[in-house]
Structures are given as structure tokens and as C-alpha cells.
Design a protein around this ligand. Structure first.
Ligand code: GRF
Length: 197
């Protein structure tokens, strides 16, 4: 049975593009919606250009009422009946209720080698710590931020002269390899982690 995948974004959606591009041929999943919290997100136009339905629920009118914002997200999502949610550069914190609704079928990509550097500014933090390597992680989303079961990681070297921008670019290239590889396995029911070299 083909798994239906909804992808949540907040910005350019480079990870979303790679995920959509990967879901072809004998891939066990297909994209059914790209959904953003920002109506101006560049990824919305990229999704439509690839023939994927795109929609936005602007979080700003809801202020601090996360539940009301998420209720609108759920309306959009349930209209397409997703089997799997992929958070891909989605920058809003989700409530435990939302996470519980999609528990066990919601993935996120985080630009660090979790459990190191949960939260923001991961590249600057790895540089400040003098780490010799850095990378990205795809994990199942649970109520604890950036803390769910790890499904895959990819590593990059930290090079002399790196700044946060150069390191982020090196990590992003690995994100674009890792997330499609993990999604394909996850959609096929595989839960054992992979480590890309
Ligand atoms: C990426 O660094 C990703 O790790 C983080 O959001 C950034 C932008 O992602 N979650 P994208 O280009 O919008 O996919």
C-alpha cells in the first residue's frame, strides 16, 4: 500500500524538494501535501512546481494559542489523510497533543549529531566546542524536543577555517541524502537506524 506523506516546512524547503523527488517509481510512498506556517515560504512554490498540493496556515494570527493554530493544521492534514508526516525545516514547536496524534509516524531532520546540540544554532555550537565532526539526524518526533528515536545520521568533518555558514552548507548536503534514505525505509516499515558514510 502506498504511504501518503505530508511535509511541513517553514522556509525554502530544500529538504522537502529532495523528499518529493525521491518518492517515485517503486518507492513505497508518495507526497500528498506540503504545508507551511508561513504563506511566504519559498518551498510552497517549489512544491506546486513539482505538482504537489501546497498550503499555508499562517501561525501569526493565532499568537500564543498554539492549539488553535494546530487545529487548522490538522484540518488541512486530515483532508489528505497522511500516513506519515515529515518535518523539514519546520520551525514551530508542536504541542504534545499534536505529537500524540501523529505519534510513531512523524519524522524530523535536525542539523546535529543528536543527542548533541538539541535546539537552535547547532553549527555555531559545534564550532565553539571545537568538535572535529558534526552532522545531521533524522528522528521520530516525540514530546521531548529533538529527542525521539534516531532513525539515521550522517557525519561531516569540521574543517579549518569553517564558519557556521560553511559548516551548515556541508551538513545540508548530507541532510539531502539522509532524509530520503530514511523516509524510504520508514515507509517500508523499517525502523533500524542507518548511518550514512
Ligand atoms: C536545515 O538546516 C534543516 O536542518 C533545518 O532547517 C534548515 C532548512 O531546511 N531543520 P530546508 O532547506 O527548509 O529544508
Amino acid at each position: 500500500m502506498t504511504r501518503r506523506v505530508a511535509i511541513l516546512i517553514s522556509g525554502g524547503g530544500s529538504n522537502m524538494v529532495r523528499l518529493v523527488e525521491s518518492m517515485t517509481g517503486d518507492h513505497p510512498a508518495r507526497p500528498v501535501l506540503v504545508l507551511s506556517n508561513d504563506p511566504e515560504a519559498g518551498g510552497l512554490g517549489r512544491a506546486e512546481a513539482m505538482g504537489v498540493a501546497a498550503a499555508a496556515v499562517d501561525h501569526r494570527p493565532f499568537g500564543k494559542d498554539r492549539a488553535a493554530f494546530e487545529a487548522r493544521l490538522v484540518e488541512r492534514l486530515e483532508a489528505v489523510q497522511p500516513d506519515i508526516l515529515c518535518l523539514a525545516g519546520f520551525m514551530r514547536i508542536l504541542t504534545p497533543d499534536f505529537i500524540a496524534r501523529y505519534k510513531g509516524r512523524m519524522l524530523n531532520i535536525h542539523p546535529s549529531l543528536l543527542p548533541k546540540y538539541r535546539g537552535l544554532n547547532t553549527h555555531a555550537r559545534a564550532l565553539a566546542a571545537g568538535d572535529a565532526e558534526h552532522g545531521c539526524t533524522v528522528h521520530e518526533v516525540t514530546a521531548d524536543l529533538d529527542d525521539g528515536p534516531i532513525l539515521g545520521q550522517a557525519r561531516v568533518p569540521v574543517l579549518p577555517g569553517d564558519d557556521a555558514e560553511s559548516l551548515a552548507a556541508r551538513v545540508l548536503a548530507q541532510e539531502h541524502r539522509l532524509y530520503p534514505a530514511v523516509l524510504r525505509r520508514f515507509a517500508a516499515g523499517e525502523r533500524t537506524r542507518i548511518d550514512l558514510v
